[in-house]
Design a protein around this ligand. Structure first.
Ligand code: MN
Length: 128
């Protein structure tokens, strides 16, 4: 079955690159360039995984993650923060907000899809 990833990202170049890499590897990609609209998109599409930028217009990624976690149908959906924040404590902040993990920007085309795949593997381990 084709896996669907919702990409919430406001930077056009990052959106383009991530979409290109994921689609090339067989994923269906849904896009939102706004945090608030991203939550609506997640609700209507129930994706298999959400890739979440942290610096977003209208609502930051931490808030988006918290709000998604409050939605029963999305409470188990893996959320992976994709952000250039690399200060000590930022990783913890994404986890506290409800993210399952963190991929650092700039996106590395050689490793990005592998890093995303890792979160699918972690979830299937939890199901066992
Ligand atoms: Mn951004």
């Amino acid at each position: 079955m084709k896996r669907t990833i919702l990409l919430i990202e406001d930077n056009e170049q990052n959106m383009y690159l991530a979409t290109f890499l994921l689609e090339r590897n067989g994923f269906t990609v849904l896009q939102s360039n706004d945090g608030r609209l991203g939550i609506d998109r997640a609700l209507e599409s129930n994706p298999d995984l959400i890739l979440l930028d942290i610096q977003l217009p209208s609502m930051d990624g931490y808030t988006v993650a918290r709000k998604i976690r409050e939605i029963a149908s999305l409470s188990d959906t893996p959320i992976v923060a994709v952000t250039s924040y690399a200060m000590p404590g930022d990783r913890e902040k994404t986890i506290e907000a409800g993210c399952n993990g963190y991929i650092e920007k700039p996106i590395n085309p050689d490793t990005f899809v592998q890093e995303v795949e890792r979160f699918f593997e972690e979830r299937s381990k939890d199901d066992e």
